[in-house]
Design a protein around this ligand. Sequence first.
Ligand SMILES: [Zn+2]
Length: 239
Amino acid sequence: MKVTVIGCSPAWPNAGGAQSGYLVEGTRGRLLLDCGPGVLARLRNGGGWPEVDAIAITHFHLDHWGDLVPWTFGAAFGPGRRTPKPELWLPPGGADRLRDLGGQLSFADQVERAFELREYRSEDAFATAGFEVLPVPLAHYEELTFGLRVSDGRRTVAYSGDTAPTPRLADLARDADVFLCEATLSEPEPAERGHLTSGEAADAFEASGARRLVVIHRPDELPLDAGLERAYDGLELEL
Ligand SMILES: [Zn+2]
């Protein structure tokens, strides 16, 4: 299993960066976790149109799904016309939400031409692209949000998406080979929580028993403790 960080910016892009997108490749398929702005262009760097078997979206904040919009245009009218449609796995209610957004942003007609729409269920593992994917509900303001645990039966990567501190994070990453965990904040939010500090990410990692923590969704302006590994766009992890 190989994991490539396509983009790991927070809710605004780091300089030259793409927003959330993590490509998981195995012997039986390719799975993209989230598809934020900047991800599609990066996936096209080799030329042509990206060939992925599936895309899974953690939640509907734009930095995690925004490039699905140009994806529908390229798949319907552009160089993606002859590329097989990937499965698009969305949170519960996500298919209607995407169609509704499509109605407002003029891409509704292309959604079904671009993707095979699927909805996952909370804590109900699904199979796609040769992987088993377990969606774990997390705590991200009022937004329905999931972390995704991806396994090929031998190796496991856990991806936090966006979340406040919650014991579920340790369950998500339990004994995983790699834990991609957000650390957006320098200090905890004073009221409603939706993100982690690097200390909170490290605490979740410790509690999980995972082997390697890679910090994502971190603004470039925020320094990171010397003992922590920070993701960068293009980072490749062999599991
Ligand atoms: Zn978010």
